[in-house]
Design a protein around this ligand. Sequence first.
Ligand SMILES: Cc1cc2nc3c(=O)[nH]c(=O)nc-3n(C[C@H](O)[C@H](O)[C@H](O)COP(=O)(O)OP(=O)(O)OC[C@H]3O[C@@H](n4cnc5c(N)ncnc54)[C@H](O)[C@@H]3O)c2cc1C
Length: 337
Amino acid sequence: MLIQKDIDLQDKHSFHCPAKTEYWVEYAHVDELRQILVEANDFALPIMPVGGCCNLLFCKDYEGILLHSCIKDWKILEEDEDSLLLQAGAGINWDEWVALTVEKGWGGLQNLSGIPGEVGASPVQNIGAYGVEAKDCIEAVQVFDRETLQLKTLKAEECCFGYRMSRFKEDWKELYIVCYVHFRLSKKPSFCLDYGKLKEEVEALGEVSLSNVRQAVLSIRNSKLPDPDKLGNAGSFFKNPCIPQADFAALQADYPDMPSWPQKDGSVKISAAWLIDKAGWKGYREGDAGVCETQALVLVNHGNAHGEDIYRLYEKIAADVEEKFHIKLYPEVVILK
Ligand SMILES: Cc1cc2nc3c(=O)[nH]c(=O)nc-3n(C[C@H](O)[C@H](O)[C@H](O)COP(=O)(O)OP(=O)(O)OC[C@H]3O[C@@H](n4cnc5c(N)ncnc54)[C@H](O)[C@@H]3O)c2cc1C
């Protein structure tokens, strides 16, 4: 267990804006987590579980306890001819986990290669990329219940996974801490390559295999997304909006080239990057807060931006897009104001 007071977060989170936390606490076992939560009761401070802090914008210091899982063990829970059920600790680095599954020949997570952060956050945000979401492989989530101080297993159906959404971000936010995630992976993988240039990139590498899909995804990501250690960012700052079919038809009449994806519920998902680019914000910079030149969804810290600067830029972009297209943009990043 590690308990540190007044910790500088600038190097710990991917936006690298100046911020501190009152406490930074790490635990490697569920028993340690229980002990921390019992003792933390006396402090009456807010507590927030964090992983790699790759999806957070700190607009000010965190006056509470940031709780970081270092649970890094994994094991096979079940195995049959076709598939395996794996249990992975919340503190495992996400991309190392994907790399391990690809190396073993277990299919399911390969399209999610290269996403920064840790396993524990994957069900919270229902991370997704290249046509695949974590929910496609998550069978259950083992959590620590902050009220009963016991472990509990939640089935995927209970988690209400949606586009970058789950109950962990809503009514379960204060209740559960993710300790393990159970993934069902396939020994006879099928491939999802119908997203952008992925198929082309894989074919250029040779056969369609788990490792070639992983390599292709990594290479596309590296060409588009800035490395947070060189240019602070938290990935896509904005969610792609889903709008009713009638609103989409009206918009499409004016902008026939606007990318769109029909959804199962009848709504249409449209590209926030396209809206932001069309509104003229791609590559914009105000002080050290800016919009990435290669991907308009990503807000960046050019060096000395504060969280508030990034937040103000987000508000300006959202207001401008709303004025021009009558579409509201919402953040994907967790904003701590
Ligand atoms: C360059 C870059 C590219 C990115 N690309 C993608 C992408 O392609 N797809 C995508 O979906 N995301 C992407 N992201 C966003 C980010 O990587 C994911 O949201 C990731 O899951 C964050 O993991 P983390 O461990 O850093 O979580 P954190 O940022 O630390 O936390 C995120 C949220 O999860 C909660 N949380 C974390 N751990 C736990 C836990 N153990 N129990 C309960 N709650 C917890 C936190 O309280 C917070 O609400 C990108 C980010 C960057 C910087």
